[in-house]
Design a protein. Structure first.
Length: 389
């Protein structure tokens, strides 16, 4: 029988039956996982002789000489899959440095981590060796044409934004849960492992409320305001803890794509789809896990010591502005100057952050008036690892 070639998806399981005598580096045992071979330099032609059957997914291939080649979606780095959970980012080249800043923090803050860290993209992204040595992996997911064919509204966003909706389907055979993070997040906790273990209350996804509902929990915002949907939580999609198997079993991706095909007007793009379609299937995370920086209440973001800071909105701490503390801008500048010098922007001088006494007193009064709403928002949670349905 003539040799045959297979394209093997990253993370898929294959079962080898009968005796095999391989000329490659594939293990001589009956069950093997491609996740053990995630080094791009190891992408070779594996030739299996005397193998009577190769079961790949639901397909069986008979051959005396099976040639397996071309791993699609193979991570670029040398770190193998080690865990059943993963932190994931979806980026293009433009925001890769900021995702790596966040990813590095996730690893350095969690020395005994039980999760992988993946930089996912529709493009092939090379990450500096420093980050590969930390265990951060770049994963090329070849879905550009499939996502583009859905005609999802983009506005000012790159198409990579929607890749997060495909991640659970892509990784469900590899990971139990994934924690999706936007690139503009900052990790400030050593408790990420505990977050992966929290009870999702039989829900598919857990996310924190959007900051625009923090003062008024029942306020209809964004898509809910347009549709007059009241007394319903609207969640921010910048941090999502996802049960991969349930996401696939419940056809979450397919249902969101069907909603888009019906012509639903989406104000917040992928976030709109998640909230409108999965409205009753999302658990609410404590806001500390997606603390969305508010220029109206900056002191709350400092004194609350949140687990994950999210710089949502158009102003970012790596740009030239006084929205964020100078210490944060300096930290990002030093990181970029070391690893991505072409994108490092010098922070403003300390004098640029000076304000008048009147402005300081006004800000303190404003914060004092907001304390009650903040207490009402957080007191609903027994602990910061409690989720609400």
């Amino acid at each position: 029988m003539a040799p045959c070639s297979l394209r093997i998806e990253f993370g898929d399981q294959i079962t080898l039956t009968d005796a095999l005598n391989n000329a490659g580096r594939f293990p001589k045992r009956n069950t093997a996982f491609l996740s053990q071979f995630t080094d791009a330099s190891n992408v070779r032609d594996f030739r299996f002789r005397n193998t009577t059957e190769l079961t790949f997914g639901t397909n069986s291939v008979q051959s005396d000489d099976i040639l397996c080649k071309q791993f699609r979606g193979t991570p670029v780095s040398r770190s193998p899959i080690r865990h059943r959970n993963a932190i994931t980012y979806c980026v293009d080249q433009n925001v890769l440095p900021y995702a790596l800043y966040s990813a590095e923090q996730a690893i350095l803050c969690t020395p005994n981590r039980d999760f992988d860290v993946l930089i996912c993209s529709l493009d092939r992204l090379d990450i500096p060796q420093h980050f590969a040595d930390l265990g951060i992996r770049s994963v090329h997911i070849d879905l550009q044409s499939e996502i583009a064919a859905e005609n999802l509204p983009l506005g000012w966003l790159p198409i990579t934004t929607y890749l997060r909706l495909w991640l659970p389907r892509y990784f469900h055979a590899t990971y139990d849960r994934i924690l999706y993070l936007d690139a503009d997040t900052m990790i400030q906790t050593d408790r990420l492992c505990a977050l992966f273990k929290c009870d999702l209350n039989d829900c598919v996804i857990a996310s924190a409320r959007d900051v625009q509902q923090w003062k008024n929990l029942n306020k209809p915002i964004h898509d809910y305001e347009k549709r007059q949907i009241r007394h319903q939580k609207y969640l921010n999609s910048g941090v999502q803890l996802i049960d991969c198997a349930r996401y696939v079993d419940d056809r979450c991706l397919e249902r969101m794509l069907e909603a888009n095909q019906r012509g639903e007007h989406l104000l917040q793009h992928d976030q709109s789809l998640v909230n409108l379609v999965l409205m009753d299937e999302i658990a609410e995370l404590h806001p500390t896990w997606n603390w969305q920086w508010s220029s109206n209440y900056p002191l709350f973001s400092v004194f609350a010591q949140p687990q994950i800071l999210h710089f949502c909105g158009f102003s970012k701490p790596w740009d030239t502005n006084t929205v964020y503390p100078r210490a944060l801008s300096v930290s990002l500048y030093l990181f970029l100057a070391r690893h991505f010098p072409d994108q490092a922007i010098s922070p403003l001088e300390p004098s640029a952050y000076d304000t008048t006494w009147r402005a300081r007193i006004t800000a303190l009064i404003h914060h004092a008036l907001g304390l009650r709403a903040l207490h009402k928002l957080t007191k609903r949670f027994e602990t910061d690892l409690t989720t609400l349905k």
